[in-house]
Design a protein around this ligand. Sequence first.
Ligand code: NAD
Length: 250
Amino acid sequence: MGKFNDKVVVVTGSGRGIGRAIALAFAREGADVVVNVSRNVEQMNQVVKEIENLGARAIGVVADVSSISGAEKLIKGAIEHFGKVDILVNNAGIARPAMCYKMTEEEWNKVVSVNLTGTFNCIRAVAPHMIERKTGKIINVSSIAGRDGMIGNINYAASKAGVFGITKTAAKELARYGINVNCVAPGFIETQMTEWLKEPKFREKYLPRIPLGRLGKPEEVASLVLFLASDEANYITGQIIAIDGGMTMV
Ligand code: NAD
């Protein structure tokens, strides 16, 4: 028996990286998984196949969460196929680095629309369904950049700080319906988003700032997300939990 047998989970941006690790971890615990990408169908189908190979059920939904219609398509697709959504993980996120005095309007808007508005859109889309069922778990993937700030990433840090506000407000609004809303704030995790950290000059600069002395693994973030989605976390809501090896962002 898996810990999430009979649970349906939607993981946004789960074609690769942390989202993929979260999707696979839920599948290993018996959940039905809705894999989502904005464009890359090949990646989506690959993750669906990996989940099926684990003996769990999965579907893929192509939907851009930065629009309300995309988020609604995703949640509707999940409910139509599996009959319900128990857990929503808002993981989709992007970065478009530039110093604040050089950042374009497009770079600002794009990052805010995916990371911040996308998180709101998916909560907006799933909340009526969870309210009706009087149960649900929502986990938002933010970043310690939202807590500390991050040089060259004002759009990203602002959007991730906004996710803290979404988490705390949605937790207060939805608690009366038995819905928990929490947030994980990773530090540097080994994914394509942090490819640039493979360059020796960046490794030398950033590694000494991580007390645990290494980058985190997507699977480690997945473990925290699964804990927050489990019954063991039923009395936790509105919290932001860092998973960062003890580092402070610069
Ligand atoms: P990644 O780039 O490997 O994966 C991000 C995923 O989101 C991709 O599959 C992408 O296709 C998807 N996505 C992007 N825009 C989307 C949209 N509009 N609709 C649906 N899906 C969309 O990055 P990752 O490192 O796996 O990051 C996952 C999350 O973790 C992000 O929210 C990121 O900000 C956050 N995070 C990552 C790190 C890190 O060090 N890697 C640190 C802190 C927070």
